[in-house]
Each structure stands twice: as structure tokens, then as C-alpha cells.
Design a protein around this ligand. Structure first.
Ligand code: FAD
Length: 323
């Protein structure tokens, strides 16, 4: 049975978030032989449509408006609900990003439907569409059968593989004019707290530091390793509380949830609240002086040693590999 699936194409600083391409792949699974329609919202974003087609969007609904230059839940909900009105989808998929987490519940409540949030997989079981999502801070996974109409889910970045890029793919673009009104919040300025670089929640490689780095300066060798590997820097709350780094880097139950291909934990003890944010990483390497540290219980590879000796050695070895 073919379904029509609407996928929010999330744009940040002029580029598509990779999770939106993963959402298209999830949309394709749900659509079967139906169509996956990307909803591209913003100001001056039409240049991104080719990329959406190349990654599997069958069609695009383009909503451009001066008032959508920056994200606001009022503005984006009006835009996306207009797309829902125009398209009557059977399913909706967003990325489980800060934007997705803010917007999806509002849209679900306006449509009076349920929301399956933070899904890590989507599949068929019989004629049902089943989403997998973590529960109990990632210690277990539940499977949820989607029964609402439309089905609505947000997907966790880095879990569902985007389709192979096919530059020959193209499709129709429908431009939707939406009169955005009654904005209760207006973004005047966006101030970045973290440095430029790879976004933590979408990073394929994360080098995370804990209280064991001992100072803000102690993050330097981690940054050098991250630069060589093209990774992002993360942190435990211990490191953030000690003022070694900004809270925007915090990973865990009350920080960001990440699932990179490689997570290198340096001087992190492995408290349950930290594990809640990273234990689903594909490969975990732990570097810790204490052989009894709990982080070794979730690590695929453990190095018992001083991070200030081990991390520079790793950096040197990876540099050689790159040549
Ligand atoms: P520590 O536990 O102090 O561990 C430091 C580690 O570094 C030790 O294992 C030590 O052996 C090692 N070490 C020291 N020097 C070196 C060296 N030179 N080389 C190698 N290893 C070295 N924590 C989070 O991370 N994220 C969260 O989201 C989070 N949310 C929380 C929510 C609540 C409600 C509560 C109560 C706590 C939360 N915490 C969170 C805090 C959590 O319980 C831990 O306190 C915190 O994770 C500890 O950080 P840490 O591992 O960096 O520090």
C-alpha cells in the first residue's frame, strides 16, 4: 500500500541537516510505493532542493517567507500545518533535533494525533509500521506500532542510514504561499556558544572529556585528536560543572544524546547519567587511569592509562594513517 509521507527538511545556517536526509530514508520505508515529500521551510532555501531530490525526496513543497528566516515555533508550525492541509499525508517524519523536539509536539497537538519521538529504527511487522525507541535513559528499547493517522515520528540522528546519493534524481517543486501571522517571538540575533565545527548530535566521531582533563586547557589534546579525525568535542557534566567547557557540550541524561560511529571517552568515569547520552554509540573507546571505572563496562575498547599520554599518542598514530 502506498502512503504519502511528509518530511521536514531542516535547514541550519543555509545547509540541510543530515538527519533530514535520514528522515527521507525513513519516509521511504513508511511510504512503500507511495511518495516521500520534503517540506522545505525558510527564507532563500530553494537552492537546497536538488540535495533533497538526490537523497530520495520524490517531490518538494517549498515554503519561503521573510518571517521564516529564523526558526520560531509559531512561524514554522503555521508553515508546516499549511503543508499538511495541502497534502493530507499519511505520515510525517521530523529529525529529533532541538527544532524537531520543539515543533513536533505542537504540530501533533494541533492535529490531535500521537507522536512517536526519538525513534532509532522503522520497519514493517506484518502490515504494521513499527518504530523502535529507547526508554529508561537508553537502557532498554521499546517497539511501538503506529496507529494514528497521520503517523507522526521524530527520528534520532545517526541511526537510520540516508539513501545513497543519486545526482540524476529530480522531481516537482510545489511552492506554497503561506501568510505567517501572530509571531509571538521574533529572533533578533543568534549567538553561537560553541566554536564552528561539526555539530555534536550529528557527529560521526566524538572525543569527550570528563573531569579527568583537569582544566579547560586539558581539552587541548582532545581538540587536536578531534581535528585529525574530523570529529566533535563533547563533555561529561563533571567537566561542565568544573567550568572546563561550556554546557552546550554536555552529553548525557540532562545533556545531548549522541550516537556517533566512534565515541572516545577521556577521563570520564561512566556515571549512569552520562551513559544515558552515549551508550548507543556504535564503537566506544574509553581512556581512564582507573581500571575499575564504570565506563569500561560499556566500552568496546578500553585503555587504562593517563589521557595526557594516551591521547597525543593516538593523535600521532592517526596523523600517520592519514598520510
Ligand atoms: P568523575 O566521575 O569525577 O570521573 C573522572 C574520571 O577521570 C575518573 O574515572 C578518573 O579515574 C579519571 N581520570 C582522572 N584523571 C585522569 C587522567 N589523567 N587520565 C585518565 N583518566 C583520568 N553527567 C553527565 O555526564 N551528563 C549528564 O547529562 C548528567 N546528568 C545528570 C543528571 C542528574 C539528575 C544527576 C544527579 C547527575 C547528572 N550527571 C550527568 C552527573 C553524573 O552523575 C556524574 O557526576 C558525572 O558524569 C561525572 O563526570 P566525570 O565522569 O567527568 O567525573
Amino acid at each position: 500500500m502506498g502512503r504519502k509521507v511528509l518530511v521536514l527538511a531542516e535547514v541550519r545556517e543555509g545547509t540541510l541537516r543530515h538527519v533530514s536526509l535520514e528522515a527521507i530514508a525513513a519516509g521511504k520505508t513508511i511510504a512503500e510505493d507511495g511518495e516521500t515529500v520534503a517540506v522545505l521551510v525558510g527564507k532563500d532555501v530553494s537552492g537546497l532542493k536538488e540535495e533533497l531530490f538526490h537523497y530520495g525526496a520524490d517531490r518538494i513543497v517549498l515554503i519561503e517567507n521573510e518571517k521564516l528566516a529564523s526558526y520560531s515555533s509559531d512561524g514554522y508550525s503555521q508553515a508546516f500545518l499549511a503543508a499538511v492541509d495541502a497534502e493530507s499525508p499519511n505520515a510525517i517524519v521530523f529529525g529529533h533535533t532541538a527544532l524537531g523536539k520543539d515543533l513536533a509536539p505542537k504540530i501533533a497537538s494541533k492535529l490531535n494525533i500521537g507522536l512517536i519521538s526519538d525513534a532509532t529504527a522503522v520497519e514493517y511487522a506484518g502490515e504494521h509500521i513499527v518504530f523502535t525507541r529507547p526508554i529508561y535513559s537508553g537502557k532498554a528499547f521499546e517497539k511501538k506500532i503506529a496507529t494514528d493517522s497521520p503517523i507522526f515520528a521524530t527520528i534520532r540522528p545517526n541511526n537510520i542510514t540516508a539513501l545513497q546519493k543519486d545526482e540524476s534524481k529530480t522531481g516537482d517543486v510545489k511552492t506554497l504561499a503561506v501568510d505567517i501571522k501572530d509571531l509571538r517571538t521574533i529572533i533578533k540575533e543568534v549567538v553561537r556558544k560553541t566554536s564552528e565545527g561539526v555539530d555534536l548530535t550529528e557527529a560521526k566521531i566524538i572525543i569527550a572529556g570528563g573531569r579527568g582533563v583537569k582544566s579547560a586547557e586539558g581539552f587541548k589534546p582532545l581538540q587536536e585528536l578531534a581535528d585529525v579525525l574530523g570529529g566533535a568535542i563533547g563533555a561529561s557534566r563533571g567537566a561542565c560543572d568544573a567550568d572546563y567547557c561550556d554546557y552546550s557540550l554536555q552529553i548525557g541524561q540532562t545533556g545531548k544524546v549522541v550516537t556517533p560511529d566512534l565515541y572516545i571517552a577521556c577521563g570520564i568515569s561512566g556515571a549512569i547519567q552520562h551513559l544515558a547520552g552515549m551508550s548507543n554509540s556504535k564503537v566506544i573507546v574509553a581512556i581512564n587511569k582507573d581500571p575499575e571505572a564504570n565506563i569500561f563496562n560499556v566500552a568496546d575498547y578500553g585503555i587504562v592509562g593517563d589521557l595526557f599520554e594516551v591521547v597525543p599518542l593516538l593523535t600521532e598514530e592517526f596523523k600517520k594513517l592519514k598520510i
